[in-house]
Design a protein around this ligand. Structure first.
Ligand SMILES: O=P(O)(O)OC[C@H]1O[C@](O)(CO)[C@@H](O)[C@@H]1O
Length: 622
């Protein structure tokens, strides 16, 4: 049996991006940054505008009488007294939450803020309408109600309000009964559930993963693991790590649609592991999904231990405060009512229509300024706290799935977006901060600072007057200063501690910032049509694989067996255009012991002849 894997490699495109902000040294470290009133004056920057902006930048810069470009922004401030003044003038503080937002190291001017003001007022109106139950996702004809989850009073109907309250009570009761051992697995020697295996992907995994990492106690009542992919190796690893503990594992299957293939595959694999261990899956399975979805129906028919609703008006990436995030969190002993309280307090703060008092709007302002309202710079998120490691990954989906859109609400092609990446400080200081400081200037940073290093009474000085946490603090401040000194902008979000309340507030802050920013650039933040293209294409690959197998089987059932070239397989599949994909399908099957025999040189695909090791009579007549 031959393996054809590892044959193909591709070289990345080296084409440079056209810059849309130009940096010109002015005196010492001053930046002359150019923004484009064409975008400021229209609600919807079209791609045509964006491209012409990029193309014509030098013409704009050199043309003093240009009718379009009127505004030249001042560069970044460097005078320490002026910087201190800017810091104090713009510092946002939420007293009750102990949360600060420092936007002083983003170089927007008062003029820019004034020009943006009308668009912010429109965005505030849009958010207000959204909270009142407007169809904020026009493509899918849906309301967008994640804000109601932490304040059910806001829900536009009493029916929705009761649904939210009922679900929260059900989550709390179920978690209490599992933790107390009232609800227990049928055969475990421990007599109670000890672990959670959460199966879900995207918005049905990232929030719970972030919150578990941030907030789970060192010895939680139930430890959590995740299957968030259809990678057989990853699934096997999770099941192997559980070992005999499978008997005391609560399996939570999370899928809003209830039909996501990766999640379904994870479920089928775990159910197989249960069968092989002689366990009854239904007695340990819980579903979180929309009513009457495939998953919901399966769970109901099979009599699973629990079913919790996912509402049509909550999107996956904003579902952390629904049963999706709350149930796993509560089962780990995390105070979910505190999470909700933090989110609700932050929501309240973000309802003000005074831009400088509205932290989400300030973030959106910074994003717009730093990335020219077209995503020209990436957002690097750097929490200086290990427990917030997954915040950037969580934000990646929230921001990029919401803002990465081809068309605006008026149907103009805009190809909007804002790239998010990051890991944690100071770890990243020893990885890619070198490039951030000295290399390509295509980003701005968001530092997440946590003031409290350790619980009270645990700190010690590892050298006179200096603790381990002082080093972390120093690294953050040092990196912020060093980046700024080299003209790199940054935002700093500061919280006192990583608590359920502050984590709830952070989630809420970024959800609203995304909503406001989407309004500023006139896009629908609440759908994800682009993801469907990949899903459809994956389905087509699997359908083609079935045809390839059929063709190979027919040839292999002949007497004598008829080995086929890749060209012949493509022709018999009536898919000559798909020949490359057919080659890859065959290579993948050959690498996975699929009774496929390949003869010839792997390096020259045209020389290969394939046939199956045995004829499958059932498949022949299928
Ligand atoms: O919860 P579901 O329906 O399984 O979807 C999972 C994820 O898939 C997407 O629909 C697309 O990737 C996300 O928006 C969503 O969070």
């Amino acid at each position: 049996m031959a393996s054809l894997s590892g044959l193909c490699s591709s070289s990345p495109s080296l084409k440079p991006k056209i810059p849309i902000t130009t940096t010109k040294p002015l005196g010492s470290i001053r930046r002359e940054s150019v923004t484009f009133p064409a975008r400021l004056s229209s609600r919807s920057p079209s791609l045509v505008q964006t491209q012409s902006v990029a193309r014509d930048i030098s013409a704009h810069l050199s043309s003093a009488n240009d009718g379009v470009l009127k505004k030249v922004q001042r560069g970044l401030e460097t005078d320490p007294r002026e910087l201190w003044k800017r810091y104090v003038d713009w510092l946002y503080q939420h007293k009750e939450l102990g949360l600060y937002l420092d936007v002083s190291r983003i170089g927007f001017s008062e003029d820019f803020v004034a020009e943006m003001e009308p668009r912010f007022q429109e965005a505030f109106k849009a958010m207000d309408e959204l909270e009142k139950g407007a169809i904020a996702n026009p493509d899918e004809g849906r309301m967008v109600g994640h804000y109601w989850l932490r304040n059910a009073e806001l829900a536009p109907t009493s029916f929705l309000r009761k649904q939210i309250e009922k679900t929260l009570d059900a989550v709390c009761n179920f978690a209490d009964e599992v933790i107390s051992g009232k609800i227990k697995p049928p055969t475990s020697p421990e007599g109670r559930f000890t672990s959670i295996l959460s199966i879900g992907i995207g918005g049905s995994a990232l929030g719970p993963q972030f919150v578990a990492e941030a907030l789970a106690p060192d010895n939680p009542p139930l430890k959590i693991r995740f299957i968030d992919n259809t990678d057989p190796g990853g699934i096997d690893h999770q099941i192997a790590q559980l070992g005999p503990e499978l008997a005391s594992t609560l399996v939570i299957v999370i899928s809003k649609s209830g039909g996501t293939p990766e999640t379904r595959n994870g479920l089928l694999e775990v159910q197989k592991a249960f069968r092989e261990a002689g366990l009854d899956f239904a007695k340990q399975g819980v579903a979180i999904t929309q009513e009457n979805s495939l998953l919901d129906n399966t769970a109901r028919i099979e009599g699973w231990l629990g079913r919790f609703p996912m509402f049509d008006w909550v999107g996956g990436r904003t579902s952390e405060m629904s049963a999706v995030g709350l149930l796993p969190a509560a089962l780990q002993g995390i105070d979910i009512r505190e999470m909700l309280a933090g989110a609700s307090l932050m929501d309240e703060a973000n309802r003000t229509t005074v831009l400088r008092n509205n932290p989400a709007a300030l973030l959106a302002l910074c994003w717009y300024w730093a990335s020219d309202g077209v995503g020209s710079k990436d957002m690097v998120v750097l929490p200086y706290k290990d427990s917030l490691l997954l915040f950037s990954r969580y934000l990646q989906q929230l921001v990029m799935e919401s803002l990465g859109k081809e068309f605006d609400l008026d149907g103009n092609r805009v190809n909007q977006g804002l790239t998010v990446y990051g890991n944690k400080g100071s770890t990243d200081q020893h990885a890619y901060i070198q490039q951030l400081r000295d290399g390509v200037h295509n980003f701005f940073v968001t530092f997440i600072e946590v003031l409290r290093d350790r619980p009270p009474g645990h700190d010690w000085e590892l050298e006179p007057g200096v603790t381990c946490g002082d080093y972390l603090f120093g690294m953050l401040q040092g990196t912020r200063s060093a980046l700024y000194a080299n003209n790199r902008e940054s935002i700093t979000v500061t919280v006192q501690e990583v608590t359920p309340r502050s984590v709830g507030a952070l989630v809420s802050l970024y959800e609203r910032a995304v909503g406001i920013y989407a309004s500023l650039v006139n896009i629908n933040a609440y759908h994800q049509p682009g993801v469907e293209a990949g899903k459809k294409a994956a389905g087509e690959v699997l359908a083609l694989q079935k045809r390839v197998l059929q063709v190979l089987n027919e040839a292999s059932c002949k007497e004598p067996v008829e080995p086929l070239t890749i060209d012949e397989v493509a022709e018999r599949c009536h898919a000559p255009k798909d020949i490359e994909m057919i080659y890859k399908i065959i290579a993948h099957m050959a690498a996975n012991d699929r009774a496929l025999i390949a003869e010839g040189s792997c390096g020259s695909p045209r020389s290969i002849k394939v046939f199956l090791g045995e004829c499958n009579v059932e498949l022949l007549y299928a």
